[in-house]
Design a protein around this ligand. Structure first.
Ligand code: UDP
Ligand code: MG
Length: 312
C-alpha cells in the first residue's frame, strides 16, 4: 500500500464522519488506508468508527485503547501497525486539511533525497494568546534542548518507512514526539500551511496540559535544568564570600554593628526557596527515571478492527 494515514483521536464524535469524507475526497487518486486510533474515547467515537469500518473494510482500520493514554501513545500505536510506503499522521479535528497530504506525497515522490515532510503552521488563524504561548514554548525548547525543534512544526507529517522504523525503535515511555522526530534525524522538508479552526468540540490541550507537556519535553530532552544547582550555588557562594569579607572587615576594623534581622530573613528565605526549586527539579528527573525503569506498556489495546489478528 502506498499510504497509511494515522488519526489519533479522543472524544471526536462530531468530527469523524466529516473527517472521513474529507480524507476520502482528498485521497481518491492514490492507494491508501486509514488507521483510526481511538485513545479511550468516552463518547460515541468508537461506535461511529465501527460503522465507518463496517462500510469500508478495505480502507479502514481501527485500534481502540482500554483507556485514555494520550496522543503520543495513540500515534505510537498507529506507527507500530503501519505497513505502507508512506505514513502520515493527522489530527481528527479537521484543523489540518487532508488536502495537504497529497502535496506531501507528491513532494516525497519527486524528491528522493528527503525522508520526511513536516507541515509547519503559520499560526495565521490562531488566537493571539495561543500563538504567543506556542511560540514561547518552541523558543524555550530550542534553547534548553539544543535540539532543532522547528517552530510551528506539528505532528502533521508524512514519513518514509525507515523514519517510522526509527521512531518505533525508541523504547521511551515518556514520548515527546516533537523532540523524537528531530532526534531520529533524517532529511526533513518543512512545508508551510494554515491550520483551520477546530471543526467540532474543544481542544484536549488546555493551558495546564500544555505547560505540563512543555515541562515533559524539556525533561525528556535536556539535562540543563539539573545544572542550575551548580551554577546558582557557585554564584551565591561567591557573593556570600565577598559579603562575608565585607562584614568581617567592617566589624573588625571600624567596629560597626552588623545590620540585622530583616536582611538575614531575606537571605534565608531566598536561599530556602532556591534550594526547594532545585530539589523539585531533581525530583522531576527522578520521577521520570522511575516511570521509565518500570517499563509499563505505553498503551493497552482493547479492540482492533481490520487487522489480521482481529478476533471478533
Ligand atoms: N488526542 C488524543 N488523545 C488525547 C488528546 C488528544 O488522541 O489524550 C487527539 C485529538 O483527538 C486530536 C489530536 O490529538 O485528534 C490533537 O488534539 P487537539 O485538537 O485537542 O489539540 P490542539 O489541536 O488543540 O493542539
Ligand atoms: Mg486540534
Amino acid at each position: 500500500m502506498k499510504l497509511n494515514v494515522i488519526i489519533p483521536l479522543y472524544n471526536e464524535e462530531g468530527n469523524l464522519e466529516d473527517l472521513y469524507d474529507s480524507l476520502t475526497t482528498s485521497l481518491k487518486d492514490i492507494k491508501y488506508y486509514l488507521t483510526f486510533v481511538d485513545d479511550g474515547s468516552t463518547d460515541k467515537s468508537f461506535s461511529i468508527l465501527r460503522k465507518i469500518y463496517t462500510k469500508n473494510k478495505n480502507t479502514v482500520k481501527v485500534i481502540s485503547f482500554s483507556r485514555n493514554f494520550g496522543k503520543e501513545a495513540a500515534m505510537l500505536a498507529g506507527l507500530k501497525n503501519s505497513k505502507a510506503k508512506y505514513t502520515c499522521i493527522i489530527d481528527a479535528d479537521l484543523q489540518q486539511d487532508p488536502k495537504y497530504i497529497i502535496d506531501m506525497v507528491k513532494f516525497l515522490d519527486e524528491n528522493l533525497e528527503f525522508d520526511e515532510v513536516a507541515m509547519v503552521n503559520d499560526y495565521a488563524k490562531e488566537k493571539e494568546s495561543q500563538k504567543f504561548l506556542k511560540k514561547t514554548f518552541y523558543k524555550i525548547m530550542e534553547k534548553s534542548t539544543g535540539q532543532h525543534v522547528k517552530s510551528g512544526a506539528s505532528d502533521f507529517r508524512l514519513m518514509r518507512s525507515d523514519v517510522v522504523d526509527a521512531l518505533i525503535s525508541i523504547q521511551e515511555v515518556n514520548r515527546f514526539s516533537k523532540g523524537l522526530f528531530s532526534w531520529v534525524g533524517f532529511n526533513t522538508y518543512y512545508m508551510e500551511y494554515s491550520a483551520n479552526e477546530r471543526h467540532s468540540g474543544e481542544s484536549k490541550f488546555n493551558l495546564k496540559k500544555q505547560l505540563n507537556y512543555a515541562k515533559e519535553g524539556i525533561i525528556s530532552f535536556s539535562t540543563k535544568p539539573l545544572k542550575i544547582a551548580t551554577v546558582l550555588g557557585t554564584f551565591i557562594s561567591m557573593i556570600s564570600f565577598i559579603y562575608f569579607l565585607v562584614v568581617l572587615f567592617e566589624t573588625l576594623i571600624f567596629g560597626k554593628d552588623i545590620p540585622g534581622y530583616a536582611s538575614l530573613m531575606c537571605v534565608v528565605l531566598l536561599l530556602g526557596g532556591i534550594q526547594l526549586i532545585v530539589l523539585g527539579i531533581i525530583g522531576e528527573y527522578i520521577a521520570n527515571t522511575y516511570l521509565e525503569v518500570k517499563k509499563r506498556p505505553i498503551y493497552i489495546t482493547k479492540e482492533k478492527l481490520g487487522f489480521d489478528d482481529n478476533i471478533l
